[in-house]
Design a protein around this ligand. Structure first.
Ligand SMILES: C=C(O[C@@H]1C=C(C(=O)O)C=C[C@H]1O)C(=O)O
Length: 373
């Protein structure tokens, strides 16, 4: 059973949640384990490639997983020994691409309460899917619980990045609640069950998709050092006021991942989906160019030494250090203008994918994410 949904006589929520409540201990999730303080670990890598190349094994090294941004949502599954998830994020085959995650060690795959995973002793990739439904809170909670329980069970407690692809993200659910807000409720409840403090939630993307209910994939580490980073010019999403839904979106603006607990100069920065928001408000409704500019300005500030000083991180980053970039654009006709503006500010060597999907607030036209690697 690889898709979460409610069927008469089989209540995934009660099964999974009941199991968890007996097993979760209320200990802090993170914190420096002194035995690990000086330990050095490698950092995970991802590349964008064509679907056929990813399938044909053109990517060398140990593959943690293949995420296909393609024309239908299937999986997650283990295919040719690799965790594979197909997301419905492309209108046709010409737009499709694969994101391949690689690691330095041998990878083992498996399945746990409906989620599929791959791990190498240091990093865990876990993927799941929730079937299309009239309501999502309970299935989201159950699916997240399965994934978070897996992290605890296998010992990958440092979850540093989550991606969520939500079909009909701005539509109303069966109760008149926006689907995105319905999803946020289930996610917040799952984090609560696992005693995640607000500053322990990972960076994330919560974005529209073209079909398939809700699909997700998460990355977690066993011993890499992790710091959640906020943007001093934006309100932390987990503090958004009630007007944005019954439970706020629980994610960090970025996560800083380093090879040792003392390294504050050469880590990776996983930048969450970033939009035209200051404080908690959407700015420039209806103006695509102004929204692109503010999204880029937000990322530029987020990864700057000025913002990172609060975390004692000094890397001298600019937008030229961002790579593995995804730009989500609500209206296809806006893509040429968005592309031109992004190319002006990102490095000419950056790998950038443009996707035509809805964004989590009806007034947002664009959103951008990436990695300083
Ligand atoms: C654009 C925003 O949120 C979006 C939704 C997210 C989520 O719910 O996980 C994470 C980042 C963005 O994809 C925002 O609130 O700034």
């Amino acid at each position: 059973m690889l898709i979460f949904n409610h069927q008469p006589g089989r209540d995934v929520r009660n099964n999974v949640t009941g199991f968890i409540l007996q097993n979760v201990s209320p200990t802090p999730r993170r914190g420096i384990d002194m035995t690990q303080e000086q330990q050095t670990v490698d950092l995970p890598r991802s590349v964008f490639t064509g679907l056929a190349e990813a399938r044909g094994g053109a990517v060398t090294g140990n593959v943690l997983g293949v995420i296909n941004y393609t024309t239908e949502c299937t999986g997650p599954r283990v295919e040719n020994g690799r965790l594979t998830l197909d997301l419905h994020m492309a209108a046709d085959a010409g737009e499709a691409f694969a994101e391949v995650w690689t690691t330095g060690r041998e990878v083992v795959t498996g399945e746990h309460h409906g989620v599929v995973y791959a791990h190498d002793g240091e990093y865990l990739l876990v993927a799941g899917r929730i079937a299309p439904a009239g309501r999502y809170t309970e299935d989201t909670r159950a699916a997240y619980v399965a994934a978070l329980d897996l992290m605890d069970t296998l010992g990958y407690k440092n979850c540093f990045r989550m991606w969520n692809f939500i079909n009909d993200i701005n539509a109303d659910n069966a109760d008149g609640l926006e689907v995105y807000r319905d999803f946020c409720k289930g996610r917040a409840e799952a984090f609560e069950l696992f005693h995640f403090g607000d500053s322990e939630v990972p960076s994330a993307t919560g974005i529209g998709s073209l079909g398939g209910g809700i699909a997700f994939y998460f990355l977690a580490s066993r011993s890499a050092a992790l710091t959640s980073v906020e943007n001093s010019k934006q309100m932390a999403a987990y503090h958004y006021p009630r007007q944005y839904g019954p439970r706020p979106p629980k994610f960090a603006r970025a996560t800083y991942l380093a090879t040792t607990h003392t390294d504050r100069r050469s880590g990776q920065i996983y930048v969450a989906g970033t939009a035209s928001i200051r404080g908690h408000e959407t700015l420039h409704a209806g103006d695509i160019e102004a929204q692109v500019k503010l999204s880029l300005d937000n990322i530029e500030h987020l990864i700057s030494d000025e913002n990172l000083a609060a975390y004692e991180i000094t890397q001298g980053n600019s937008l030229h250090n961002l790579d593995n970039i995804k730009v989500y654009v609500r209206h296809r006709s806006d893509i040429p203008a968005v592309r031109r503006m992004c190319e002006e500010r990102f490095s000419p060597n950056a790998h950038i994918q443009y996707l035509n999907v809805d964004v989590c607030r009806a007034d947002l036209l664009v959103e951008i994410e990436g990695i300083v690697a």
